[in-house]
Design a protein around this ligand. Structure first.
Ligand code: IPE
Ligand code: IPE
Ligand code: MG
Length: 254
């Protein structure tokens, strides 16, 4: 392990390992356009996109970034053609079954956020089984956002808190930001310091709305299947050059 850490440091000498983000969130976009550009059906792009997930999970684990959250299927994605939705749900099962042994061997925990009860049963079962198998792993928490939207997350937190108020377990005055955060689906995670969107679109598409309040945003103009480790490392380099002021002025944080 110490050896492995040493070699990754040698490989990326310009990365400051003391200043790595603790949580990176990614909107994986552009699978369909990647496929279309090659005259292939959209699902071909989704298959290729799964390989990128593997690469980026690997680099996060190697670097020692403890949380990676990937937007895999939004609440709004149910509006796509039925066949694409069905194939995506099937692909998810395949990907989990193919990767779970290696994830487990690498001490990676599979996690999910979103309205998991709304997924087709076979997909839900594969996911739950994958999470159960890897639940004690601690090197990297790989979270898939599935049937997820940021507004859904905020509403489900509000409902849970409203119930506690109704049951007399908490006083409305005691509800602050920290308490609210503890009811979001990301309760046990730090907020992402980095949000990446691939494909050249400049929008958040209802991803982690509350949690990205102070995230650094990166819009990378390559389709998700073409996003590789070097693109990821370049984001880290740029991140480490940015001054995160959190409302203060430059002199206060130097
Ligand atoms: C992202 O790629 C994957 C999902 C949303 C499931 P897209 O399928 O959105 O690809 P484009 O944006 O149409 O190219
Ligand atoms: C966002 O991508 C959702 C995921 C990456 C899962 P979309 O491709 O669905 O986003 P829009 O519709 O272009 O905003
Ligand atoms: Mg898209």
């Amino acid at each position: 392990m110490a050896e492995a850490k040493k070699s990754i440091r040698d490989k990326y000498p310009d990365i400051d390992f003391a200043k790595l983000p603790q949580h990176v969130a990614i909107i994986m976009d552009g699978n369909g356009r990647w496929a279309k550009a090659r005259g292939k059906p959209r699902i071909f792009g989704h298959r290729q996109g799964a390989k990128t997930v593997r690469r980026i999970t690997e680099i996060c684990a190697e670097l020692g970034i403890p949380y990676l959250t990937l937007y895999a299927f939004s609440t709004e994605n149910w509006r796509r053609p039925r066949e694409e939705v069905q194939t995506l749900m099937r692909l998810l099962i395949e990907a989990i079954q193919e990767e779970i042994d290696e994830l487990d061997q690498n001490d990676i925990r599979l996690n999910a956020i979103g309205d998991i009860d709304g997924l087709p049963p076979a997909t839900r079962h594969a996911l739950i089984e994958g999470m159960r198998r890897t639940r004690d792993n601690s090197r990297l928490c790989l979270t898939l956002a599935l049937n997820y939207s940021g507004r859904w997350d905020i509403v489900q937190a509000a409902k849970a808190i409203a119930k506690k108020v109704g049951d007399g377990l908490v006083a409305p005055n005691a509800i602050d930001e920290a308490y609210f955060s503890k009811h979001l689906s990301t309760a046990d995670m730090p907020d992402p310091e980095i949000l990446i969107r691939t494909s050249g679109e400049y929008r958040v598409s209802n991803f982690l709305l509350w949690q990205i309040a102070y995230a650094e945003l990166f819009f990378v103009p390559v389709y998700w299947p073409d996003f590789d480790k070097s693109h990821f490392i370049q984001v880290l380099r740029d991140f480490q050059k940015r001054e995160r002021r959190f409302g203060m002025i430059s002199e206060q944080i130097r």
